[in-house]
Design a protein. Structure first.
Length: 149
């Protein structure tokens, strides 16, 4: 495995061979089910007690091939959800510079009338956004020695 593939979590080598039930278990876990519920979905035990299901799900989660398959299934989701630093700073800058008066002329404190109805607009905490932006850009920092921001 080369250093670049190891750094981004990509796996090289033969594909993992799982049984259809193991694959179903992995898909259910990635879909957001806890391991016990995923075990119930994939294996459909008839008379197993909750303790037994928990133990079997725990054993499945401990298997290296299951953990590897879960990583393979989750990796594309993580890549799509990840923001680059530049995208994050751009979105934060938009919040810092946002002005509701531009969006809805005549609005006062995020409340405006449109067609006889009152519209409520949720305001963002621009001060908090500026603080986060300043920290990210290195302008603000916390010093534990003198307690200043």
């Amino acid at each position: 495995m080369n250093a670049q593939a190891a750094s981004v979590g990509e796996r090289t080598g033969p594909p993992i061979r799982l049984s259809p039930k193991e694959e179903g278990f992995c898909i259910a876990v990635v879909a957001g089910r806890n391991p016990s519920d995923a075990y119930r979905i994939a294996y459909q035990p008839k008379r197993a007690q909750a303790k037994t299901i928990h133990e079997m799900a725990s054993r499945l989660m401990a298997k290296r091939k299951i953990r590897t398959r879960l990583t393979d299934l989750i990796q594309p989701l993580v890549e799509r959800a990840r923001l680059t630093r530049e995208e994050w700073l751009e979105r934060l800058a938009r919040i810092c510079l946002a002005d509701v008066r531009i969006w809805w002329p005549g609005s006062k404190n995020g409340v405006s009338e449109a067609g006889g109805r009152m519209l409520r607009v949720r305001m963002v905490d621009q001060l908090k956004a500026l603080e986060l932006y300043g920290k990210a850009m290195g302008v603000l920092w916390r010093s534990t020695e003198n307690g200043c921001l």
